[in-house]
Design a protein around this ligand. Structure first.
Ligand code: KGT
Length: 327
C-alpha cells in the first residue's frame, strides 16, 4: 500500500533505526518518520541541513556574530549545509540606510562568510545579501542577492530576487522594496550540493508557483525561500505557502526566517522550517533566534515522484508550458 511505503509505522522506525532513540535526537525540532526510509541504510548516513533563525538589526558586525555562532553550532552537530535568512547581513530603518550599509559581493562582509565556510567546512546559503551590483554607480540601487558558498568559501551561485515586495497591508508597515532594490533579471539553474540539487529563491518569490515549477522542472530537489516575512501575512500564509510549494513540486522546501523585532519599525514572523516533498513539516523553529535541523532523503523524494507522477500528468496543451524555464 502506498501509505505504508511513504509513512512507515513508528514501530518499524525504531526497529530499523534503534539509534534514533538517543537523546541527541532532540536537536531535530520535528523529525517524523526520521526517516525510516532507511529500509536498507541508516538515516544517519543522510545529509543533515541546518536552518538558522536570527533577528537582524542595522548592526552588521553584531549580526555576523549571531549568524556565525549558529553556523558553528550547525557544523558541530554535523550539518553539511547551513541556511541563513533574507537580510542576514542587516535590516535597516529606511531605504537610505539600506543603501548606505550595502556592499559588493567582493566586500568585507562576504569575505568574513568565506572564512566562516572554510573554518566550519560546510556550505552556506546566504539567503539575501544587500548587494551593490555592477550597475551600482548608474542606478544607486542594490540587488537582493541569494549567495551560495561551498565549503571552501567560493561563490558557486547567485540569484537576485526577481519578485520585489511592494505591498501595503493594513496592520503592517508598508513595504516598498523597489525603492532601494532592482529586480533580478533571471532564474539561476539548480545547483548540486552535498544535500541535493538546490533551487534558489527569496521570500516573496514563494507567492509565485511559476518560479518553483520552473526550478523543479530544471531539476531542483530542494527549494529555498530565505525570508523576512511580515507579522500580518506570517500567521495566515507562511506555512501554507511553503507546504503547497513542497507538495506541488515534490521538492524539499527549506525556509530560514528572520524573527522578532529588528528596530522600532519592523518585526518578523519567525517559524523557520523544512518541509519534505510529501508536505510534512520535518523541522521547525518557533519565535526566537535558534536553529533546527533535518535530514534530506533523496531516495524518498524519488520514490514519491514515482508513486505520484504529477510532472508526467501536466497538460501544457491546455494551459501552456507554465513554469518551464526560458530556453
Ligand atoms: O528589507 C530588507 O532589507 C530585505 N527585504 C525584505 O525584507 C523583503 C522586502 S521588504 N521582505 C519581504 O519580501 C517580505 C514578504 C512578505 O512578508 C510576504 O510576502 O507576506
Amino acid at each position: 500500500m502506498l501509505g505504508s511505503i511513504i509513512r512507515p509505522p513508528h514501530q518499524l522506525l525504531s526497529l530499523l533505526c534503534p539509534r534514533l532513540r538517543i537523546p541527541r535526537l532532540s536537536v531535530f525540532c520535528a523529525q517524523p518518520r526520521s526517516r525510516a526510509m532507511a529500509v536498507s541504510s541508516s538515516s544517519w548516513d543522510l545529509p543533515l541541513v541546518a536552518v538558522c533563525q536570527v533577528t537582524s538589526t542595522p548592526d552588521k558586525q553584531q549580526n555576523f556574530q549571531a549568524c556565525a555562532e549558529l553556523v558553528r553550532e550547525a557544523a558541530r552537530l554535523g550539518a553539511c549545509l547551513a541556511f541563513l535568512p533574507e537580510a542576514f547581513d542587516f535590516i535597516a530603518r529606511d531605504p537610505a540606510e539600506t543603501l548606505h550599509l550595502s556592499e559588493p559581493l567582493g566586500g568585507k562582509l562576504l569575505g568574513e562568510y568565506t572564512q566562516l565556510a572554510r573554518e566550519c567546512g560546510l556550505w552556506l546559503s546566504l539567503g539575501g545579501f544587500h548587494e551593490r551590483g555592477q550597475d551600482w554607480e548608474q542606478t544607486q540601487k542594490i540587488y537582493n542577492c541569494h549567495v551560495l558558498l561551498n565549503s571552501k568559501g567560493s561563490v558557486v551561485a547567485t540569484y537576485r530576487k526577481t519578485h520585489l515586495c511592494d505591498v501595503e497591508l493594513p496592520g503592517q508597515g508598508p513595504m516598498h522594496e523597489s525603492n532601494s532594490t532592482m529586480p533580478g533579471p533571471s532564474l539561476e539553474s539548480p545547483v548540486s550540493t552535498p544535500a541535493g540539487k538546490i533551487g534558489l529563491a527569496i521570500c516573496y518569490d514563494m507567492r509565485f508557483p511559476e518560479l518553483s515549477l520552473a526550478l523543479a522542472q530544471a531539476g531542483a530537489e530542494i527549494l529555498t525561500y530565505p525570508s523576512a516575512f511580515g507579522s500580518v501575512t506570517g500567521p495566515a500564509h507562511w506555512e501554507v505557502l511553503l507546504r503547497a510549494r513542497a507538495i506541488e513540486t515534490q521538492c524539499y522546501v527549506v525556509a530560514a526566517a528572520q524573527c522578532g523585532r529588528h528596530h522600532e519599525k519592523r518585526a518578523s514572523y519567525g517559524h523557520s522550517m523544512v518541509v519534505d516533498p510529501w508536505g510534512t513539516v520535518v523541522a521547525r523553529c518557533s519565535e526566537g533566534p535558534g536553529l533546527c535541523l533535518a535530514r534530506i532523503d533523496l531516495s524518498y523524494l524519488r520514490q514519491l515522484r514515482q508513486h505520484l507522477p504529477v510532472f508526467q500528468h501536466r497538460r501544457p496543451d491546455i494551459y501552456g508550458s507554465l513554469g518551464h524555464p526560458p530556453s
